[in-house]
Write a protein that binds this ligand. Structure first.
Ligand SMILES: Cc1cc2nc3c(=O)[nH]c(=O)nc-3n(C[C@H](O)[C@H](O)[C@H](O)COP(=O)(O)OP(=O)(O)OC[C@H]3O[C@@H](n4cnc5c(N)ncnc54)[C@H](O)[C@@H]3O)c2cc1C
Length: 409
């Protein structure tokens, strides 16, 4: 049997799994494709859940990667509400929560990541929630509105986006952060201060260096977040946004090597030639930085879906690109290119006060990463320079009167 005839079973119907199913058909795959997902709806985009969709600026249909008719029309057997329980690598079968067992020629693990829940007293109260799925977002949206108080535990991008959306809906928002500054894990100090000030000017309050110890409630519903110093921050809803963990249990239980996620190569292959893994669940090579790492982004879901689709259908592997990500808050569009690995210095180009600037992370004269706020040329050219590994003239880079094209020339 050629690979094009193979029965491909995709476990996880998210951004990566849904994209792979569509790409396989686009690349001429003729064999059966089964797409197993534990959510009730067809693959959808998660980024709007904390942004446009939460604010009511997008509807449920606009989240979908493809209309529901797409799957039967393209002979993709999409099975919602079904969880993959285990993989038998010797028998090449996967056992499913509906009691059935499915044989595969190729299995693709695309189970994504889950939001970390805090095992704290009161975490099970109504109104304490995470934001990972459309169902989570629906719950959050229903609880927000004028006069409501949102407490966000964790000052990361998803929490900040939710706080901005809450303000747009007329709710109050407070961000509680354990570190001395927000975005401590993912951004430099300049960017943290910029975002905090921008939020504060729009009514969000911040408490950094605080330790959340639990949640208080009345009649089973959350009324406040308790801190280690004894204070209680009142709220109607508490959003826990403290990161995610890969859903890699299927692979671990099947004996596949995992680090922080399933170890794959640049074709998205695991150590088992019949099993691929794609998306948030993987620990993948980043050739630009001579290392492997995990990426939780749409870029990664699309990139690895393409890698797997090419490998399965016998196409050449797609070119290596620098990773990217984004965040929308108020009228700010943050675009992040690359990863700041091994950077020894940062350089700011543009005007922070005017909310139009980019922070470049440099290793000598090489750009490792760029964080661009309302600065698309800096992001686009920066990302190209990251991928090309081309040294830049730092004096030119720091001078916004010199175009990014000229800097890159
Ligand atoms: C609120 C929010 C905002 C975001 N904003 C951005 C952004 O601005 N920019 C950006 O680049 N990225 C953003 N992301 C991240 C991006 O959405 C993810 O990187 C992307 O969804 C990863 O795709 P995936 O298919 O790997 O995982 P997912 O989209 O999580 O899909 C995995 C699917 O597998 C299912 N599943 C898990 N285990 C099983 C099982 N055993 N059996 C069957 N099904 C299973 C899951 O329920 C899920 O439906 C955001 C994420 C969230 C939650």
């Amino acid at each position: 049997m050629s690979q094009l005839d193979a029965h491909v079973v995709i476990l996880g119907a998210g951004h990566a799994g849904g994209t792979l199913a569509a790409l396989l058909r686009q690349y001429g795959h003729t064999g059966a494709i089964t797409l197993i997902g534990d959510e009730p709806i067809a693959p959808y985009q998660r980024p709007p859940l904390s942004k446009a969709w939460l604010k009511g600026e997008a509807d449920a249909d606009s989240l979908a990667l493809k209309p529901t008719e797409f799957y039967p029309a393209n002979r993709i057997d999409f099975r919602p509400n079904v969880t993959a329980l285990s993989l038998d690598r010797a028998a090449k079968t996967v056992s499913l929560s509906d009691g059935s067992s499915l044989a595969y020629d190729i299995a693709v693990i695309a189970t994504g990541a889950r939001a970390i829940q805090l095992p704290l007293p009161g975490a099970d109260l109504e109104g304490v929630q995470v934001l990972r799925t459309a169902a989570d977002a629906e719950k959050l949206k229903a609880a927000l509105g004028p006069g409501k108080h949102l407490a966000v535990v964790g000052g990361g991008y998803i929490g900040l986006e939710a706080a901005a959306s809450a303000r747009a809906l007329g709710a109050e928002a407070v961000v509680l952060e354990r570190e001395p500054r927000i975005l401590a894990r993912v951004a430099v100090e300049t960017l943290s201060s910029f975002f905090q000030a921008y939020h504060e000017a729009r009514g969000v309050t911040f408490q950094c260096s605080v330790n959340v110890t639990g949640f208080e409630g009345k009649d089973g519903k959350v009324t406040g977040v308790t801190l280690s110093d004894g204070r209680v921050v009142p709220c109607d809803i508490a959003l826990v946004g403290v990161g995610a963990r890969p859903n890699d249990a299927l692979a671990k239980d099947a004996g596949l090597p995992c680090e922080r996620g399933i170890v794959v190569d640049l074709e998205a292959r695991t150590a088992d030639p019949s099993i691929f893994a794609i998306g948030d669940v993987t620990y993948r090579p980043l050739p630009t930085y001579d290392r492997s790492f995990f990426l939780e982004s749409v870029f990664n879901a699309l990139d690895q879906a393409k890698q797997a689709a090419c490998a399965i259908t016998g196409r050449a592997a797609p070119p290596v690109e620098a990773p990217w990500n984004w965040s929308d808050q108020y009228d700010l569009k943050l675009q992040i290119g690359g990863m700041p690995f091994d950077a020894d210095t940062t350089l700011v180009r543009g005007d922070i006060a005017a909310a139009k600037f980019a922070i470049f992370h440099l290793k000598g004269q090489q750009i490792q990463a760029v964080e661009a706020v309302n600065a698309p040329p800096e992001f686009m050219m920066g990302r190209q320079l990251i991928a090309n590994r081309k040294p830049v003239d730092l004096v030119k880079l720091a001078d916004p009167s010199i175009s990014m094209k000229e800097v890159a020339a």
